[in-house]
Design a protein around this ligand. Structure first.
Ligand code: CA
Length: 230
């Protein structure tokens, strides 16, 4: 399973390094940017799963960056955790107002940082967790990246896996193509809605006998249901 990519925007290299080491040891893929410009370049290369954003940065402040990223299509869904100095209450509130999901006060413990990161990822991107979901006789295990039907393993491609995971976690609910693009693809500014149809078709092929669990809801989108007769 893909490690969550965490972009650390922090000008103090000793702090950034400490955070990066701890993240790497705990199953994350950290990248370091020392200011807003470097962070922007990283984001343009590959959208991270989460941004750890220092408040005090040379050039644009963390607050300005958070506001800017919340406005842009490419970055608006990325969870942002702000790093602030101890006791800066107005800063924290302003940070949350600017669109940060949470904040951590420096100095912080590794355990606290990891707990906050995991909480934010769970809230914002349930697809990156490692849980197991069962709907009827269809089971998906995010930790081992396995899908089984009546106990028999099925071969499912990476995008189809993410799509199935999302549909299973929100079973019986209708999802529009736009919603699926948003939740499953995330960084989808250049992806057309019919891409969803292509992957749903592939997913149904992978599911074989269980394929009828994925229903097309005319004019609305798709739904995974346990009610289907299979
Ligand atoms: Ca700083």
């Amino acid at each position: 399973m893909k490690k969550p990519r965490v972009l650390i925007v922090e000008d103090e290299s000793s702090i950034a390094e400490l955070i990066a080491v701890n993240l790497r040891h705990n199953g994350f893929d950290p990248i370091w940017a020392e200011d807003g410009e470097a962070a922007q370049r990283e984001i343009e290369t590959l959208v991270p799963d989460l941004i750890l954003l220092d408040w005090m940065l040379p050039g644009q402040s963390g607050l300005v960056l958070a506001r800017q990223w919340r406005k842009e299509a490419r970055t608006k869904a990325i969870p942002i955790l702000m790093l602030t100095a101890r006791g800066d209450e107005p800063d924290k509130i302003a940070g949350l107002d600017a669109g940060a999901d949470d904040y951590i006060t420096k100095p912080f413990s590794t355990q606290e940082m990891l707990a906050r990161i995991r909480a934010v990822l769970r809230r914002r991107a349930p697809e990156t967790t490692t849980e197991r979901v069962e709907i009827g006789e269809l089971a998906l295990d995010a930790a081992t990246h396995r899908v089984t039907w009546q106990g028999t393993p099925l071969k499912v491609g990476p995008t189809e896996f993410k799509l199935l995971a999302h549909l299973m976690r929100h079973a019986e609910r209708v999802h529009s193509r736009a919603q699926l693009l948003d939740k499953v693809w995330g960084d989808h500014v250049y992806i057309e809605e019919r891409t969803v149809d292509v992957h749903v078709k592939r997913l149904r092929e992978s599911l074989g006998a269980a394929s009828s669990m994925i229903e097309t809801v005319r004019g609305a989108g798709y739904r995974l249901t346990a009610q289907a007769t299979v």
